[in-house]
Ligand binder design. Structure first.
Ligand code: 4NP
Length: 209
């Protein structure tokens, strides 16, 4: 979920630091490329790209898998003290659950594992391609639904599959939808998401290690 006020504050702080240094400012992105920017006034959008990696998690309804991925990734990022470097959000392909908290079964499952999933569902929009660096989908259906809204090859290149970051579930090609399942299906989705979020975060922070 967007947190505009805290994001604005962090951004303002970063911009102030950049401007106050009065010399070349070097920021290392989690994607291992280095950006160099003169200490001049920066447009907010540009500064945002410079200092943060922006990840949007996608699933069908935005009440089970993607808000769980959102909460898990926030948790991992906070554990590592990297809150200033990541902007994390989630959205759904459909609009059926817009404004709702995650499904109570996913919230209960999250609580059993020490998470508090409190995202409010929203629908994915093609404008999200400009707002995020990575669009992380759960399954092939999500992939196609997002891809057909892409405006360019650059947009398409932002779409990644969570299953590609699994390290402890060989052969698993999706994060299956637990919505019509039982507690075990929710537990399995959460287990996969923990594995994939850890794998993805490690990939994104490799250049820092
Ligand atoms: P999600 O699960 O995509 O993981 O949020 C679903 C939630 C709701 C529906 C389908 C999947 N639904 O059909 O309402």
């Amino acid at each position: 979920m967007y947190r505009p006020s805290s994001l604005g504050h962090k951004l303002a702080t970063k911009i102030r630091i950049i401007t106050e240094t009065k010399k070349n400012y070097v920021e290392k992105s989690p994607f291992s490329c280095r950006y160099r920017q003169k200490s001049v006034t920066l447009q907010q959008d540009f500064a945002l790209k410079l200092v943060m990696k922006r990840i949007l998690f996608i699933c069908l309804g935005n009440i089970c898998r993607s808000p769980a991925a959102d909460g898990i990734m926030r948790h991992l990022v906070a554990e590592r003290g990297l809150e200033d470097e990541f902007l994390i959000d989630s959205a759904g392909i459909g609009s059926w659950h817009v404004g709702q908290l995650p499904d109570y079964r996913m919230r209960q499952c999250g609580q059993r594992h020490g998470y508090n999933f409190d995202h409010r569902a929203r629908q994915f929009s093609s404008k999200d391609f400009a707002r995020f660096d990575l669009i992380a989908v759960m399954d092939q259906e999500n992939y196609h639904d997002v891809a057909r809204q892409a405006n360019s090859q650059a947009d398409l290149a932002k779409i990644i599959r969570m299953s590609d970051y699994l390290r402890h579930h060989p052969g698993q090609k999706t994060v299956p939808d637990p919505y019509y399942g039982d507690t075990r299906d929710f537990e399995f989705a959460l287990e996969l998401l923990e594995d994939a979020c850890e794998g993805l975060l490690e990939e994104l922070t490799k250049s820092h290690q």
